[in-house]
Design a protein around this ligand. Structure first.
Ligand code: ZN
Length: 261
């Protein structure tokens, strides 16, 4: 077996995208940090600088006992993230879907930027900050279709608020997957990956479950675009591009002749 790490130019990548029968895209934290979202696990992340304990902030058991820590963290996180916009790559993926070039996106990110960019078929494995559910009456999307209410409640209070259900008054929890909760729609994601001919992995080091296992389920070509180390062994039909994601994708979109707004 050829164990050499192989790269791929934007032109060759565009050729593969053009000629494939079924393309699925898996996106990770690298796409969100490029949009200006702080990587809360990184060396300068919120966990370190603000002394948040990641195991407690996103622990479902701790949230049920005392949701205040999570809401304090969220208020800080939203404060840092309020000006985020989809990146070129987010917008390009939406245009690719419109042109019929991609079948769907699987993301580990909780920022809903794929939806904001206009992508329709998106599986959010770790859920999303932009919808929420009451912990007692389980009323879905309590804060409205756009979650403007949740957004406003978090951003405008001077003290960290605990957001409560307008129907029953119980604590509201965003639909983010906490530690101790199952990831969402994993079987559907796995089926999509095993069916596709081409899997594009964008901005993920593939170090964290479940992203780590998905590329191993792909029987076709896998192209990983990520700056830094990637936890996937080289092999036949696997390509690794260690470049800036947006620069690379801009070149791919040009090669494909797809207009990205
Ligand atoms: Zn309720």
């Amino acid at each position: 077996m050829n164990r050499t790490v192989r790269s791929l130019g934007p032109g060759e990548c565009a050729d593969l995208i053009r000629s494939t029968g079924s393309l699925v895209v898996l996106t990770g934290a690298g796409l969100s940090t490029a949009a200006g979202i702080p990587d809360f696990r990184g060396p300068k992340g919120l966990y370190v600088t603000r002394k948040y304990n990641p195991d407690l902030v996103f622990s479902i058991d701790h949230f049920r006992r005392d949701p205040l820590l999570f809401y304090q963290f969220t208020q800080d996180f939203m404060g840092l993230s309020k000006d985020i916009r989809p990146t070129f790559t987010h917008r390009a993926l939406s245009s690719f879907e419109e042109c019929g070039l991609i079948d769907g996106i699987i993301t580990q990110n909780i920022d809903a930027l794929h939806h904001q960019a206009g992508s329709r078929r998106v599986i959010e494995l770790h859920g999303s900050y932009w919808s929420a559910t009451c912990t007692r009456c389980q009323k879905g999307d309590v804060s409205g279709a756009t979650c403007a209410w949740w957004d406003k409640a978090i951003r405008t209070s001077s003290r960290a608020p605990i957001v409560c259900c307008p129907v029953c008054g119980s604590v509201i929890k965003p639909d983010v997957v906490f530690f101790g909760e199952a990831v969402k729609d994993f079987e559907e994601a796995a089926a999509m990956v095993s069916r596709c001919d081409l899997l594009l992995v964008l901005g993920s080091s593939l170090a964290v479950y479940p992203a780590a296992v998905l590329p191993k389920m792909a029987s076709g070509t896998v192209i990983v675009v990520n700056q830094g180390e990637v936890m996937l062994s080289p092999g036949r039909g696997r390509y690794f591009i260690n470049q800036d994601l947006n620069d690379y994708f801009q070149a791919v979109a040009e090669e494909l002749g797809v207009d990205v707004p």
